[in-house]
Design a protein around this ligand. Structure first.
Ligand SMILES: O=C(O)CCC(=O)C(=O)O
Length: 234
């Protein structure tokens, strides 16, 4: 496990983790493409609707619903392969989760804006567990604007390849943002899965009402790519 630490940031990266656990990552990616009800929701940014620059699917236990930038997020059920992945995380890492956000980047043009996974309904003491499938893309981290702990610290990039595990430990989400820049020359597809632990009692709260992250937009709008997009040529 590669440990990446900066003030307020702790990442644990295990390249090829899924393959080491005996999984066929190509078959898994094809199953997910085929079996999940992929959606391209629109988000409100400064009063205008924009399609997210990627496809998404929200999978969760009953009661772990939330609203996404003013729209009800549709919950999909755990498929057998996703339940097996959840059991693997419990078994190998002793980590619980009750929800999962899948992002499907159809090519290098699809992306994710800067954001922190700091929604109030997320259990703050639990890591965000990320698994990557398909083509390799860099996930970039930067201090949250104005954060006193991480001020002046250089951004960090983690290249996430097929089968990689990345654990984003608390309190990383309080002090750092992350985002996935476009890579226009890349044609291949990538799917990322982030397993989360939601507190069901707060799960109905609207994440579109959260405090802004150094801009007038919410985290959801930023994640959607609606504010200051990442440098596409970097
Ligand atoms: O695609 C990735 O690796 C990042 C996904 C992400 O930032 C998220 O789901 O919040």
């Amino acid at each position: 496990m590669i440990l990446i630490e900066r003030p307020g940031l702790r990442l644990r990266h295990q390249p090829g983790w899924l393959q080491a656990c005996g999984w066929n990552t190509t078959a898994l990616r094809h199953q997910l493409v085929r079996n999940l009800p992929w959606d391209q929701p629109e988000v409100l940014v400064y009063g205008r609707r924009h399609p997210t620059p990627r496809l998404t699917c929200w999978v969760a236990d009953p009661g772990c619903t939330y609203r996404y930038s003013g729209l009800n997020q549709t919950i999909s059920a755990w498929t057998p392969e996703l339940s097996a992945l959840r059991a693997l995380l419990q078994d190998r890492l002793d980590l619980d989760c009750n929800s999962l956000l899948l992002n499907r980047y159809r090519s290098g043009a699809d992306r994710m804006g800067w954001h922190a996974d700091d929604e109030p309904e997320l259990e703050a003491s639990a890591p965000i567990i990320s698994l990557s499938l398909g083509i390799s893309r860099p996930l970039r981290f930067r201090p949250r604007p104005g954060d006193p702990l991480a001020r002046g610290i250089s951004p960090v990039a983690v290249e996430l390849a097929d089968g990689d595990l990345l654990l984003m430990d608390p309190p990383s989400q309080r002090h750092w943002q992350h985002g996935l820049p476009a890579r226009l020359r890349l044609l291949g597809e990538r799917i990322n899965l982030t397993f989360r632990l939601i507190q069901p009692s707060t799960a109905m709260q609207s994440i579109s009402t959260r405090a802004p992250l150094g801009s007038a937009a919410t985290s959801t709008q930023a994640r959607a790519g609606g504010t200051a997009p990442l440098n596409t040529s970097a």
